[in-house]
Write a protein that binds this ligand. Structure first.
Ligand code: PLP
Length: 235
């Protein structure tokens, strides 16, 4: 069924979701992959009502990048069985609060954040799943550790029993072909797997580059506007 030719009363949101899912299947075929990557729909700046619609359409994983907004929205939707992913930069002093709604934090890139997320006590809560964010651009203001420091950050995470290292995460750099950058992320992933054989995940791929990310092994896609439509302006 073609996502574009369907006028059976399906919403624009459902159409865009179907189109992205078809695009993902296409890229997986091109990559000769048979696994099923996780689709995290990034809903930052979008109202809770849109997240609810996504849940009605079968979306199970949503991503947010601002703590205050994520806290409010996840509380508003706590009647839904959604997994909340924190994908933006996180202040250490907000980390404990973020733990209360986010099951996965994709943006671990500082010792202070590792400490804050891990908490003081050893393992009183469910472990938090984390990715080490890699800076593929050399622009620290966008978050991430330099490629040369990924293993050191991974080791710090591995030393904390209350954190579970899933793998590495990155945003495609500006001014570089995404596929080439994601190949470097894959190399960082290989280095991390040598330290922690279970940390096999790669969080990469947004609306404009998820095909390239899938061709380089992405296991967790973070897709916003291609599914949600354009974002309302930030408050
Ligand atoms: C906003 C955002 C996304 C989604 O971006 P789109 O271009 O809307 O798909 C993914 N990852 C992070 C870290 C983001 O901040």
């Amino acid at each position: 069924m073609s996502g574009t030719a369907d006028h059976g009363g399906r919403s624009a949101l459902a159409d865009r979701l179907a189109r992205v899912r078809a695009g993902v299947r296409d890229a997986l075929r091109a990559a000769e992959r048979v696994d099923e990557p996780a689709l995290i729909v990034v809903t930052k700046f979008q109202p809770a009502s849109l997240v609810r619609e996504l849940a009605d359409l079968g979306v199970t994983d949503v991503g947010e990048s601002r703590h205050q907004e994520a806290r409010v929205k996840s509380a508003e939707l706590d009647d839904r069985d959604l997994t909340w992913h924190f994908v933006g930069q996180l202040q250490s002093k907000k980390a404990r609060q973020a733990r209360s709604y986010a099951r996965v934090v994709h943006s671990v890139d500082r010792v202070s954040l590792v400490d804050a997320l891990a908490g003081d006590r050893a393992t009183d809560d469910e472990p938090v799943d984390v990715f080490v964010q890699v800076d593929l651009e050399g622009s620290p203001e966008r978050g991430g550790v330099p490629e040369a420091e990924v293993e050191r950050m991974a080791e710090l995470v591995l030393a904390r029993p209350s954190l579970r290292l899933l793998g590495v995460m990155a945003v495609a750099p500006r001014g570089e072909e995404p596929r080439a950058a994601f190949a470097r992320l894959r190399a960082a992933s290989d280095a991390v797997r040598a330290l922690a054989p279970s940390a096999v995940s790669i969080s990469a791929g947004m609306s404009d580059d998820y095909r390239d990310a899938l061709l380089e092994g992405a296991t967790h896609l973070r897709i916003g506007t291609a599914i949600t439509g354009s974002r309302p302006p930030a408050l």
